[in-house]
Write a protein of this length. Structure first.
Length: 599
């Protein structure tokens, strides 16, 4: 693994002696004796850089009024000023998460783990037997379990089936959702409720697993199964409370701004309610779904549907913005789903798990991927909507870029900062197009590791030349593309410093389902400062907020976090151990660790 310099000094000399707003008025908060990371501008591969630190920062009316030396910051201290002695701790801009879904209600939390089938069933049964669930035991009320690491079901090659799930002591329909949000397993009752059988056709881009007789075996991918059981009552208050928890969960991890892709009016209204209560502690750009663009070439019809999206902008006030839409171009690459759209067919294993014999198959994922949405992209761009595209496979990425190019050619440059997210595979010829077209690459680089997804479910199923380039962040960075960071939470646990560490070394944490060594090591970004900027100023740029957020500069909003360690003083593999001690939004403390010791 790469390691950081053992001790990076405070580079106050490299900064102006002090940077401050005019005047010397009293600050609301002054932070002294720290290592305050300062930088300017978005990151487009400026080369490896030495970090620069100031000692102190002063804040007034929610904005930064001074950056510089401790002795000079003290003149901003008045009788009402809160003074925080950082005692050498590192301060950085609040993390801006460019792809964040938020905390979700669940009947059964599988905790991002796999395990043996027996262990999986035991965990499900414990949920079914919980007091809040036991009342439904003999009913047709559905139970949804979330965040199973399905690729890490042991031993390797073991598949969870409907017959396994039918061994649970319940009459209830059960669905077990994979952490990636694309794959799931259902028991027999749920399959019967959904009226899925041997004759059910597989829709484009979806998958229904079947046994040798053609009977659905319980595995599904990228499929809307409709009504699979009676819903348990959920109160609106509980759904609003989930948004409150989302804000608190993000703040605890040092996140101050988020882009939430593809929600609906109900979800946006809940965020607005929290804001109206004065309880919102995140800046949120709340995206809408624009799935209607697929297969529609009727310009008048598209314009009418796009115009209808404007109604959601009534929620845009205060900390909420509504400027973006999300479009899916494919699903996921891993076997057995393989709903990622690929330029070359997936390989099939004609041998055994222990002795694979790879042959070129015929499946390439959904066809078309996004070429059928081209007119919709053009019309969304013309109407001023920023488009956020889900693309995993290299063909999905190419078709999305082609759509953005068509919009550029027909409408001209519009600074909408269209974005493609995830980007597991990109053909090398398409890498330079990101910078050329001004398309932002939003990447969740905690996925760039050797784990049950990338090893058991991907290696061999795609050509080695592509496998060696998975998550090609370094290529994009070196080609001048702008990379923004996004967690995709709750697809993964919310661990931004794991994201940052993995972006630098492509090596995963030592947890079940993750294997030693680096994935596509040449695609790691060997510059910690560049990766920090990816998760701060670059994501702020994605949200059109780089003038207000994403870096510690005089005049900008005081969205700051205090860390338990200096990221530049520890080996790369220790970055993920970082704890957030304090999170500040617009100069107000929205999270403080009980053991922070800050005063």
């Amino acid at each position: 693994m790469l390691s950081r310099l053992a001790a990076v000094p405070l580079l106050v000399a490299a900064l102006p002696a002090a940077v401050a707003l005019a005047g010397s008025r009293q600050a609301d908060t002054v932070m002294l004796n720290g290592a305050i990371l300062v930088f300017q501008g978005i990151e487009r591969n400026g080369g490896a850089k030495q970090p620069k630190f100031a000692q102190a920062v002063a804040i007034a009316d929610g904005r930064i009024m001074f950056i510089g030396q401790t002795r000079k910051a003290k003149k901003y201290v008045g009788p009402a000023t809160r003074v925080i002695d950082l005692e050498g701790r590192m301060v950085m801009p609040g993390i801006v998460d460019g792809h964040f879904h938020g905390t979700r209600l669940t009947d059964c939390e599988m905790e991002y783990e796999g395990g043996t089938v027996a262990q999986v069933l035991a965990k499900l049964q414990a949920c079914l037997d919980r007091p809040d669930q036991a009342a439904f035991k003999g009913t047709n009320v559905r139970m949804a379990a979330t965040h199973i690491f399905g690729e890490a079901i042991m031993p390797p090659g073991t598949a969870l089936t409907r017959d396994d799930l039918d061994r649970l002591d319940t009459t209830r329909p059960v669905m077990v959702e994979n952490a990636d949000g694309h794959k799931f397993w259902m028991n027999g009752r749920a399959i019967e409720n959904a009226r899925i059988d041997e004759k059910t056709p597989v829709p484009p881009g979806g998958q229904i697993g079947r046994d040798a007789s053609g009977r659905p075996n319980g595995f599904f991918a990228d499929l809307d199964v409709g009504d699979w059981g009676q819903k348990a009552p959920v109160t609106e208050d509980s759904l609003v409370d989930v948004v409150r928890r989302t804000n608190a969960d993000a703040n605890r991890m040092g996140i101050t701004s988020v882009f939430v892709p593809g929600g609906g009016e109900d979800e946006i209204a809940r965020w607005a309610k929290i804001q109206d209560e004065g309880k919102m502690t995140l800046r949120g750009n709340l995206g809408l779904s624009a799935s209607f663009v697929h297969g529609d070439t009727d310009v008048a019809e598209l314009r009418a549907k796009i115009a209808a999206l404007d109604a959601y902008k009534r929620y845009a006030r205060g900390l909420i913005e509504v400027t973006s839409v999300k479009v899916y171009c494919d699903g996921v690459m891993e076997y057995p789903a393989q709903t990622g759209a690929m330029l070359k067919p997936y390989n099939v294993n004609a041998g055994t798990l222990e002795g694979p014999i790879w042959r070129t198959g015929t499946a390439t994922g959904p066809v078309p991927s996004c070429s059928d949405a081209r007119q919709g992209f053009v019309e969304l761009d013309k109407a001023g909507w920023q488009i956020h595209v889900h693309a995993i496979g290299d063909r999905a990425t190419r078709e999305a870029l082609d759509d953005f190019q068509a919009a550029l050619e027909q409408n001209g440059a519009r600074d909408l900062r269209h974005t493609i997210t995830h980007l597991e595979a990109i053909d090398a010829t398409d890498v330079p197009r990101f910078a050329r077209l001004g398309v932002i690459a939003s990447m969740s680089l905690q996925w760039a590791r050797r784990d049950a997804y990338t090893v058991n479910g991907t290696k061999g199923y795609i050509d080695d030349s592509l496998y060696e380039r998975l998550f090609p962040a370094a290529e994009l960075w070196r080609a001048g593309g702008l990379i923004a960071g996004g967690s995709d939470y709750p697809v993964d646990p919310l661990l931004p410093f794991v994201q940052i560490e993995t972006a630098v070394d492509h090596t995963g944490e030592a947890v079940p389902g993750v294997f030693p060594g680096a994935l596509s090591p040449r695609e790691a970004i060997p510059d910690l400062l560049a990766v920090i900027k990816m998760h701060t100023i670059n994501s702020a740029y994605q949200l059109h907020q780089e003038r207000n957020l994403g870096s510690i500069e005089v005049g900008k909003l005081a969205d700051l976090i205090v860390l338990s360690q200096n990221l530049f003083d520890v080996p790369t593999e220790k970055i993920s151990d970082t704890k957030v001690l304090l999170t500040m939004l617009g100069g107000k403390v929205v999270y403080s660790s009980a053991d922070a010791g800050l005063r």
